[in-house]
Design a protein around this ligand. Structure first.
Ligand code: DAH
Length: 391
């Protein structure tokens, strides 16, 4: 099958390259249909508007083109690139097929743009911003979608850069990182924006931080960052080990775009409904999203369906697997899947689950027949694919 893409972007992959029949394969048609949509390269799309605003900040702070802007790196990467190169430990949860989409045992849909750090350094670049679609198996609600967009930033320093500072390379890189990202926060959210730094852990950085900003009355986590692990940098650059330093950050574009532009549901990024798309125009960005505030069009009524079942023994049943089934049947008509009740029977030792599925279209009213047909299909696939026993 030739890939039919959203918005008619040139296809670059055949279905059989992604849905392979390999025992490790867990990519679904629903996910395959998103590959190549490249929302971050569609000029008037809010994700692209935000990307452009960040690019503009780096160009104005460092000089045009100092940070290379890459947004066409292929989302299919090796487990080596996605995990090993950035020192994700062998037992880290993100390697689990419950969390990541595997094409086969050695190839995944990237789960973060950090997968490209090392190759991009090896290609000779010393300052860059990489934007791309990333894929994660996850729960279903207004802020989670199995495809979203990240931007990765990296900057390398040579000894001459920090010689005059009186600091060592690591302290210098950390300070320059923080001041760069504080400037970014003010560029995006306004000159008065309050920022705070939280110590964090990432396998690829040491020290590591999260940046939070105070916006609309609450602290919000915006990005993860830190000083790149020296082993990663040394391995990528060759040359004298320990000579250079680098910082890195990674941020999720959807979450930022949702708060900046007032977009209430992550599925809207994927709609072609003109009531959404016509509200965004390239070149209109202002700090705090002032130039581009989304005004909601009428919400259609939700339809709630509960499903109760006995789980198979062991840990075969997971919420991510359940959400994948619901998604593959209902696509973007599902708004939320939430656990309502779970208990283990003392008599049989069996565990019962009850989930509520909220169906709602962003674009139209759904009919009872349509929802009932979806729910019947969900129930039957839960039996055949998840081995549950319906109650
Ligand atoms: N890759 C991380 C994630 O997806 C984000 C991240 C954190 C990227 C810290 C970085 C970093 O480059 O230094 O959650």
């Amino acid at each position: 099958m030739r890939l039919t893409l959203h918005f008619g972007v040139t296809p670059s992959l055949f279905c059989a390259e992604v849905i392979t029949g390999d025992p490790a394969n867990n990519v679904t048609d629903a996910i395959f249909s998103k590959l190549g949509a490249k929302l971050h390269t569609r000029r008037d799309h809010p994700i692209c508007i935000l990307k452009d605003a960040i690019h503009q900040y780096f160009d104005s702070r460092f000089g045009a083109g100092v940070f290379a802007q890459l947004d066409d790196l292929h989302p299919l990467v090796s487990t080596e690139q996605n995990f090993d190169q950035v020192l994700v430990p062998p037992d880290h949860v993100s390697r689990s097929p419950n969390d990541t989409y595997y094409v086969n045992a050695h190839t995944v849909l990237r789960c973060h743009t950090s997968a490209h750090q090392v190759d991009t350094l090896r290609s000779g670049k010393r300052a860059f911003l990489i934007t791309g679609d990333v894929y994660r198996r996850d729960a279903i609600d207004a802020t989670h979608y199995p495809v979203f967009h990240q931007m990765e930033g990296v900057r390398v320093f040579a000894p001459a850069d920090w010689a005059a500072s009186g600091q060592d390379g690591t302290a210098f890189a950390a300070a320059e990182l923080k001041s760069t990202l504080e400037g970014l926060a003010r560029h995006l959210f306004g000159a008065e924006t309050e920022v705070r730094w939280i110590d964090a852990y990432f396998p690829f950085t040491e020290p590591s931080f999260e940046m939070e900003i105070f916006f609309n009355g609450a602290w919000m986590e915006v990005l993860g960052c830190g000083v790149m692990q020296q082993r990663i940098l040394d391995g990528a650059l060759g040359g004298n080990p320990g000579e250079h330093r680098a910082w890195a950050f990674g941020l999720g574009l959807e979450r930022l775009a949702m708060v900046l532009f007032g977009i209430p549901d992550i599925r809207l990024f994927w709609t072609s409904d003109e009531r959404f798309t016509r509200q965004f125009k390239a070149g209109t960005f202002k700090p705090g999203g002032a130039g581009t505030k989304f005004s909601s069009f009428s919400k259609y009524p939700p339809c709630l369906k509960d499903v109760s079942f006995w789980m198979p023994p062991g840990d075969q049943f997971t919420e991510n697997n359940m959400c994948e089934v619901v998604r593959s049947v209902a696509g973007d008509l599902v708004e939320e899947v939430k656990l309502m009740d779970k208990f283990t029977s003392p008599k049989t030792g069996k565990t019962s689950g009850c989930y509520r599925i909220v169906y709602r279209s962003m674009e139209r009213s759904l009919t009872d027949e349509e929802i009932n047909a979806l729910q019947t299909e969900v129930r039957s696939r839960m039996v055949s694919q998840l081995s549950v026993e319906l109650r």
